[in-house]
Design a protein around this ligand. Structure first.
Ligand SMILES: Cc1ncc(COP(=O)(O)O)c(C=O)c1O
Length: 342
């Protein structure tokens, strides 16, 4: 029996509706490599949500969506400005640097967010051939610290970028959690907020696998089919990613799942706040709770409910909720915390 825990929203299984969607397309033959009616239909569905100008391309994983999306809009002499806590900077094993050739320029981001003011320090050497040229600002929504950018905060960054001849990439591995938290649609925090390239996530919110790189303008898509193939992300059996996305994009899946995960994080925060000696370190705005607790109790808790220590130096831990986290999980976990604290 798999143990339940708060380690990652990736640790949850596949949502039953997604499993059904996979099953539903699992008969007969269809053309491979995306030239099939299921892929066409899923592309249309994304366009119906984000606007018919957007160009989606399915890939297997989030790292690939980020790396290939960034590769499509940069040259190796460019640089990419991002939060120091961002997945592209911390958790992709240097793949963005290796693949794009670009320099990553991290910005301090205690809450996971960046802003035009914090980006400013990297804006020099423009036009100077000895210096890598800032070309993309990459932001994560919701952030790696569980915080959420408002549409105005995103617009401030995209306006700044566009004024400086730059583009904005959004790592939307958890875009559903952000949209659910803000109670607005995907379009409000992407196309309408000026985002140029989106990594549209599905895996963390109930899909088995599959993400989409979505370009907001056709201008960037000319080369992409070649980049995706060279990047080893052209799925032969594309219908299974497409079918998942098609179902995922209904509100009874993405919104319901993300709202539930967010709600469980809020409940976890509320229960933890009743316990003396634990400090919540980040605003809980999506499905993550960050906290500092006595270091010696961490292994005891991890034994029963696995989770990760986020920052070894401070002892800060990350608790992630997923679409299948239950109230019982939260109560059992916080009861255990209370027990070992006493
Ligand atoms: C913010 C963020 N971006 C992207 C990813 C993509 O991950 P993967 O390549 O494991 O699908 C993750 C996964 O943890 C993530 O947390």
């Amino acid at each position: 029996m798999n143990k339940r825990g708060f380690a990652s929203d990736n640790n949850a299984g596949v949502h039953p509706e997604i499993m059904k969607a996979i099953e539903n397309v699992n008969s007969g033959h269809t053309i491979a490599y995306g030239d099939d009616p299921y892929t066409a239909s899923a592309v249309k569905k994304i366009q119906s949500i984000l606007g018919d100008k957007v160009q989606p391309f399915f890939v297997f994983i989030g790292t690939a969506a980020n790396v290939l999306g960034l590769d499509a809009v940069t040259k190796p002499y460019h640089s990419i400005i991002c939060a120091e806590t961002s997945h592209i900077h911390e958790d992709e094993c240097g793949a963005p640097e290796r693949w794009t050739g670009c320099k990553l320029l991290p910005v301090e981001s205690p809450d996971g967010k960046i802003s035009p003011a914090s980006i400013e320090k990297h804006m020099y050497g423009i036009g100077f051939e000895h210096h890598s040229q800032p070309r993309v600002i990459s932001i994560t929504q919701s952030t790696e610290m569980g915080t959420v950018y408002s549409p105005d905060e995103i617009r401030a960054i995209t306006n700044y970028a566009h004024d400086h001849n730059m583009l904005v990439h959004m790592d939307g591995a958890r875009i559903s959690n952000a949209a659910a938290s803000l109670q607005i649609g995907f379009r409000d925090i992407t196309v309408d907020a000026g985002i140029d390239v989106l990594s549209f996530g599905g895996t963390k919110n109930g899909m088995m696998y599959g993400e989409a790189v979505v370009f907001m303008s056709e201008a960037f898509t000319y080369d992409f089919k070649y980049l995706r193939k060279q990047g080893m992300q052209l799925a032969s059996k594309m219908r299974y990613i497409a079918a998942q996305f098609e179902r995922f994009l209904d509100e009874d899946v993405w919104l319901k799942n993300a709202s539930h995960a967010n709600l469980m994080a809020k409940m976890l925060e509320a229960e933890v706040m009743k316990i003396d000696g634990i400090r919540i370190t980040q605003p809980v705005q999506s499905n993550a709770v960050f906290a500092i607790l006595p270091k010696e109790i961490i292994p005891v808790l991890q034994e029963a409910f696995f989770f990760y220590v986020w920052n070894e130096a401070t002892g800060e831990v990350r608790w992630m909720c997923s679409y299948d986290t239950t109230e019982e999980d939260v109560i059992n976990f916080t009861s255990l915390i209370r027990e070992v604290m006493n």
